[in-house]
Design a protein around this ligand. Structure first.
Ligand SMILES: *Cc1c(COP(=O)(O)O)cnc(C)c1O
Length: 375
């Protein structure tokens, strides 16, 4: 973020309307246009977006939602906010995404939705997921927290941005770790106007007449609260920042793709590690670039070696089911278990990749990784 974002925040602060007003409405229109969606609804985070999505689909106590454990913990948490049980399907090692061949066995009579993730920005196999969901009459929600600017190949051979949406609802994050940030923030996209209307009700206390409408009315209007809602609003200050950030998206994605290709070229043929696999029908935004180490005992030493060289790394995605917040009974593993998820948590290393990274510094990272994996 820079001077333009600061000026946008100032404009919103001095406008006389600071939350869920004209800046939010404009950000929603511009975001919808940027991803090709017919409806976009801004909320306070991706976590609240996914909670709203599941509530809007009628997920509640006694239900199950098929998802992955190998994700940021919020993916599984939102299922439990609804009083439902997450059913964890294992992932594919090449993409860290849900393994579609294991989904069908995870579905039970109480399954109400599939919540799939585009992990680290890499699109999951939506076509396969949707085909299974259609056979079982289940809605699909995309956790697209990391995937703004990622693309998939359409049936007509055109590249389409994640968020169209390709399933029923897509949920985005604007946390500072993602490509675009509003400080914190989230967005829901859908092609279904009834779902969009439901999101708008749920994000503001279930209130049926928004403040903006009451403010503009020339006759006295009173609101009512037909359903239990939440306070999941985005502020106009955040939205004003988001509008500036959105104009930077294409350039950010282009730069990240160039840097990711440089990593891939540099590490080709290095047997101690594997670079991320991009399927032919997918184009990642490279929100994170996670290499996989061949030797599972090397994750910590490699990360320490890089830290000693002044290079910050992180492990890749975590596994919700390995955390204290997930005791037995709070979740269920799909048939087939979670061996790949567990192996990935212990073998992935996220390397520095951001659009301001220059080639010389990336070459230093590459040289240090080579030394670290050989040490
Ligand atoms: C960041 C992230 C979230 C949470 O997003 P917030 O906007 O911080 O709520 C959820 N899922 C995944 C996969 C993420 O990476």
């Amino acid at each position: 973020m820079g001077e333009e974002e600061a000026a946008a925040a100032r404009r919103a602060i001095l406008s006389g309307w600071v939350t869920q007003g004209p800046e939010v409405a404009a950000f929603e229109r511009e975001f919808a246009e940027a991803v090709g969606a017919s409806h976009a609804c801004a909320v306070s985070s991706c976590t609240t977006a996914m909670h709203v999505a599941l509530v809007a689909l009628g997920v509640g106590p006694g239900h199950e939602v098929v998802t992955v454990s190998h994700s940021f913990i919020a993916t599984a948490n939102v299922v439990r906010y609804c009083g439902a049980t997450p059913v964890f399907v294992d992932v594919e090692p090449e993409t860290c995404n849900i393994n579609p061949t294991l989904i069908e066995a995870a579905i039970s009579p109480v399954t109400r939705a599939i919540l799939c993730v585009h992990q680290l920005g890499m699109p999951c196999d939506l076509r396969a997921v949707r085909a299974i969901a259609a056979r079982h009459g289940l809605p699909v929600v995309e956790d697209a927290a990391c995937a703004v600017g990622s693309e998939v190949l359409s049936e007509t051979g055109a590249w389409e941005r994640i968020g169209l949406p390709h399933a029923d609802i897509a949920c985005f994050s604007f946390h500072p770790r993602k490509l675009l940030s509003t400080g914190d923030g989230g967005m829901l996209t859908t092609a279904d106007p009834a779902l969009d209307a439901r999101f708008r009700l749920l994000r503001q206390h279930g209130m049926d007449v928004p403040d903006t409408v009451r403010h503009a009315a020339s006759t006295v209007v009173t609101e009512s609260y037909p359903t239990l809602g939440y306070n999941y609003r985005m502020t106009d200050i955040q939205a004003a920042i988001g509008r500036v950030q959105l104009t930077r998206l294409s350039a950010i994605v282009e730069r990240r793709r160039l840097l990711a290709a440089r990593y891939a070229r540099a590490f080709t043929g290095v047997s101690a590690l594997t670079v991320p696999h991009e399927p032919s029908w997918a184009r990642s935004n490279w929100q994170s670039y996670a290499i996989r180490l061949t030797d599972p005992t090397r994750q910590r030493p490699v990360m320490q070696h890089l830290l000693d060289a002044g290079i910050a790394t992180r492990r890749g995605a975590m596994n919700a089911h390995c955390e204290g917040a997930y005791p037995a009974g709070a979740w269920r593993a799909a048939p087939g278990g979670l061996a790949v998820s567990e192996h990935l948590q212990d073998t992935t290393v996220v390397l520095p990749l951001f659009h301001a990274l220059d080639e010389a510094r990336q070459d230093q990272v590459i040289a240090s990784v080579m030394k670290a994996v050989e040490a």
